[in-house]
Design a protein around this ligand. Structure first.
Ligand code: GDG
Length: 733
């Protein structure tokens, strides 16, 4: 079993330095509680900020503190207090948190926050790098560490890295507002596996990676140069049995063993047994929709006077990020709202809202869950919301009603709850009424279904699913993976040097030259001419440009060189300065298909068509990437149904769909070119689907090299055009 390295902003234990003695306390909150079983049951080590500054406590205390942390399988990542301000309270909580929860009005874009964020992610990378090796599995958590996967990937190219996002990933229209959006996507894509709570978050991320950086996803996989990144949904569960057992134990207590809180609540029900208790628990965060909840509760009291005096809202709001202004402002708003409602509707023997602004031990929380008839959770946005799940798990009698916002990730799996729109005050007021009068049988029926799912997909299952997928992905990577050039370069260079008669078959676009929105602008630059010149002047070399380009363009660009030229995927070959057609062809079919392609050009802004001698090409590099991709599928579909009688085939290149006479491809053309000659070094380099014909046709001893994606039959992968050029340069030296 591999060692699991867990990484989060904070460690799951906090240290207390009182009375000259250091003590440790388990942290509260979703992440700490959720990851507890993984941390305890696996060979694991957890890295995070330990919430103390070693400079402030001195060397000796630091040593002692580190030893105590080690007992809890934790290791510290120390951060400067100023960095904490800008990275944690700044970029994480004033930029990412509001933006990702769609609170655009609260989002601050400050360069100094970003700089601290980069710095701190780097400190995490540097610290952790000293303690890990390629054999470990890394599991990085949440939005504080978006850049860490890529930073670690640079140092450990083959290590398994998983990233899980606990908050929503916003839609492209929101995410694109972030000035550092590309860096964030690139950072996350350092991972092998990226996990989200819901499919919506996954699809938003995929669309952002596609639209902002042009990274194509094939179902839930993104091909990124020579790597493959898996995206998947893992709805986080809870430690169901723990909550259930604790609740059973509390329910069965004798009066004398009951806690103070239980006794107080019992007293509440004593005078009027038909009284009902509504519970809400959240951090006092603007994303949790606390004011909305209070407005709706107020409306409910106004609209349904028959429930006044018989219902109480127990609202526990845990203090959080209280030095961020919006949180202080919201605290004030909530204080005032509670005061107003209690002032307006309260009676001598009845308070409409019991409001607690503090945190409580988990034990007390479970007592509150157990005692409440209704849970009212109204977040405006919430990655998941574990409280909803904990509430149900703490109901051993299956009674109780869950009212849950449709904006919480958990609503996706909890459709049997009463789902509300948190902005619809009237609806929430009505649903509170519905919950109060809901017959017991209906409660049992709904809760049984909900609880069965929660029990099955519990926290253990969530964690093992994530780690299992990471493991599977890593294994796949290890088995099926063409080697990166770096791994075989020395051997290749040696064979090249030792050979006497070589042929180099080189694709042009995406291999020797980067793509340009206008294909005519992707002409060869001076450095490329010099490089190709040097290669082809070597008497032992035959250098062939084998391209989908038309012969006129290749003639214009390379007509005066020693290079051999193959154009239009093999339709034309240039021999002794004469262009020769390799097969008899006609182009009458073009009149039928031209209007179809033209129609796609009209309907897809940014796309255009190119006419070659024996093919028609539709280019969509400049179009909206998603629209372009969909239109390409439509076009292929439409053309496919018509080509049978015309001996045509469709070739899909990089953001191009090409319709051409069938039977001619780069593979066939290369073999024709090589016929009758005996080479002791054959190398083919290409980047797209059309080059796969070339790779397939090559003899087993040939060196086939693919630029980019790993979906290839080529033996070797190379990262970029620049790397191709650097490698060819190495050959000339
Ligand atoms: C983030 C995402 C996502 C709360 N008050 C006390 C206390 N809690 C515990 C609850 C629960 C956890 O904290 C809160 O989890 P939530 O999921 O409701 O919300 P966030 O803290 O915002 O968590 C969220 C989560 O990450 C996991 O991915 O679901 O969407 O925002 O476990 O019980 N625990 C104790 N005292 C308290 O006063 N002991």
């Amino acid at each position: 079993m591999k060692r699991i390295i867990i990484i989060s902003n904070r460690l799951p234990v906090s240290l207390n330095f009182d009375d000259n003695k250091i003590t440790a306390k388990q942290g509260i909150g979703g992440l700490a509680t959720g990851m507890k079983p993984v941390h305890e049951n696996y060979d694991s080590l957890w890295f995070g900020w330990p919430m103390f500054d070693p400079k402030a406590i001195g060397k000796e205390k630091t040593k002692e503190a580190e030893a105590l942390l080690a007992d809890y399988k934790c290791a510290p990542v120390y951060l400067d207090p100023e960095d904490i301000d800008d990275y944690y309270y700044g970029f994480s909580n004033r930029t990412i948190w509001p933006l990702f929860h769609y609170f655009l009005q609260y989002t601050e874009y400050k360069a100094e926050y970003w700089e601290a964020y980069v710095r701190v992610n780097q400190i995490f990378a540097d610290t952790i790098a000293e303690h890990i090796n390629e054999e470990d599995h890394i599991w990085i958590h949440d939005y504080h560490l978006f850049l860490l996967p890529q930073m670690l990937r640079k140092r450990f190219p083959n290590i398994g890295i998983g990233f899980f996002l606990h908050i929503p990933f916003p839609s492209y229209e929101v995410f694109r507002l972030l000035p550092w959006r590309n860096e964030i996507i690139e950072g996350i894509l350092g991972s092998d596996l990226v996990g989200f709570h819901t499919y919506d978050y996954e699809r938003h991320f995929r669309s952002c990676a596609h639209r902002l950086l042009g990274y194509d996803a094939d179902f839930n996989r993104i091909q990124l140069n020579t790597r493959e990144i898996n995206l998947d949904v893992f709805p986080m569960g809870i430690d169901y049995d723990y909550f259930e057992q604790a609740a059973i134990e509390k329910r069965n207590r004798s009066v004398k063993d009951k806690s103070e809180i239980q006794k107080e609540i019992d007293k509440y029900f004593l005078t009027q047994p038909d009284r009902k208790l509504i519970l809400s628990i959240d951090r006092l965060d603007y994303s949790k929709g606390i004011p909305n909840r209070l407005w709706a509760y107020e409306r409910f009291l106004e609209k349904y006077p028959e429930h006044r005096g018989k219902i109480t809202l127990l609202m526990l709001a845990t203090p959080t990020r209280s030095n961020v202004p919006q949180y202080q402002q919201m605290k004030k708003e909530v204080d005032e709202l509670v005061g107003r409602i209690n002032g307006e509707y309260g009676m001598i023997n009845w308070t409409p809202i019991w409001y607690f602004y503090r945190s409580m031990p988990l034990d007390k929380l479970i007592e509150l869950y157990l005692a409440s008839d209704i849970a009212l959770l109204t977040p405006i946005r919430d990655g998941m919301n574990l409280v909803a799940k904990e509430y149900l798990a703490s109901k051993p009698d299956d009674k109780g009603v869950l009212i849950l916002s449709e904006m919480a990730g958990s609503a996706k799996e909890m459709s049997e709850a009463l789902i509300i729109n948190p902005n619809n005050t009237e609806e929430i007021a009505d649903v509170i009424h519905q919950a109060i009068i809901m017959p017991e049988e209906e409660q049992l029926m709904r809760n049984k279904i909900l609880k069965t799912r929660l029990k099955r997909y519990n926290i253990d299952k969530w964690a093992t699913d994530f780690l299992g997928t990471l493991e599977k992905h890593s294994k796949r990577k290890a088995i099926y993976r063409p080697k990166n050039l770096s791994a075989v370069k020395t051997k290749l260079l040696k064979q090249y040097k030792e050979s006497k008669k070589r042929i180099l078959l080189l694709d042009y676009d995406g291999t020797l030259q980067t793509f340009h929105n206008d294909p005519q602008q992707a002409y060869p630059d001076k450095a490329l001419y010099e490089l190709l010149d040097k290669l082809s002047k070597n008497p032992n070399n035959t250098v062939v440009i084998i391209s989908g380009r038309d012969k006129e363009t290749l003639q214009k660009w390379f007509g005066n060189t020693d290079l051999k030229l193959i154009a239009e995927h093999g339709v034309w070959v240039c021999k002794n300065n004469e262009w020769v057609m390799t097969a008899q062809m006609n182009d009458e079919w073009k009149d039928i298909f031209r209007p179809i392609i033209q129609w796609y050009v009209d309907r897809t802004p940014g796309s255009f068509y190119e006419e070659k001698n024996y093919s028609l090409v539709w280019h969509y590099r400049k179009s909206d990437p998603e629209l372009g991709k969909n239109r390409a599928i439509e076009l292929k579909d439409e053309v496919n149904s018509l080509i049978a009688n015309h001996n045509l085939e469709i070739m899909e290149g990089n953001k191009v769909v090409e319709l051409k006479t069938s039977g001619i491809n780069k593979g066939q053309a290369a073999l024709n070119h090589m016929a009758g000659e005996s080479y002791d070094f054959i190398m083919a380099i290409g980047d797209d689907w059309t080059d796969e014909f070339l790779f397939k046709a090559m003899p087993a001893s040939a060196h086939t090299i693919k630029v980019g994606s790993i979906n290839t039959v080529a033996h070797t992968l190379i990262d970029s055009v620049q790397e191709v050029r650097d490698f060819l340069k190495d050959l000339t030296e």
